[in-house]
Design a protein around this ligand. Structure first.
Ligand code: SF4
Length: 165
């Protein structure tokens, strides 16, 4: 797995003070994507889990880690260990994805890596960026079809629970 970038502190990729990891490789190819270089899975630098983790641990004020891309759900197996370590330190996980939550649920029924990864995500910003539904004023989203989902509450209730409207 390659990564296109890492910010050790950001306040614009989820609620609170966050680290942000941009993975490389995206199958969605949304028209108007602002990060087209991330479509190539070979873009960027090799992912080194300890580097990311250690940089995060240098900031005692972080609230969590946001996974972006690219498409994080291409790398459920590779990211799982980092996510577990980060959560063990009391931090939360946000993930962007071009898949819908419903698509991920169906995928997770036949893929244990996706299932165990999804169970560790706290907040999911789901769906492709649709330029015809662009809404610049919505927090943390590019287009109106994208939802900010409370994953744990949604899994428990077996229905979509929004984290933020
Ligand atoms: S899912 Fe995200 S990274 Fe992938 S093409 Fe769409 S906007 Fe770009």
């Amino acid at each position: 797995m390659k990564i296109g970038g890492f910010y050790s502190d950001s306040i614009s990729n989820g609620v609170g003070w966050r680290a942000v990891l941009f993975v490389s490789g995206c199958p969605h190819h949304c028209l108007g994507c602002h990060n087209q270089e991330s479509w190539d899975k070979d873009y960027g630098e090799p992912y080194v889990e300890d580097d990311i983790y250690n940089q995060m641990m240098e900031n005692p004020f972080l609230d969590g880690l946001t996974l972006s891309g690219g498409e994080p759900f291409l790398y459920c197996q590779e990211l799982f260990s980092l996510v577990k370590r980060v959560k063990a330190r009391g931090l939360n996980i946000w993930s962007y994805t071009g898949f819908t939550f419903e698509e991920l649920l169906r995928w997770s029924e036949r893929n244990a890596d996706v299932q165990q990864f999804l169970r560790e995500v706290d907040v999911l910003v789901d769906g492709k960026f649709l330029i015809e539904k662009m809404v610049p004023q919505k927090r943390f989203r590019g287009s109106g079809n994208q939802r900010i989902i409370d994953v744990q509450a949604s899994l428990k209730k077996q229905e979509i629970v929004l984290y933020m409207a």
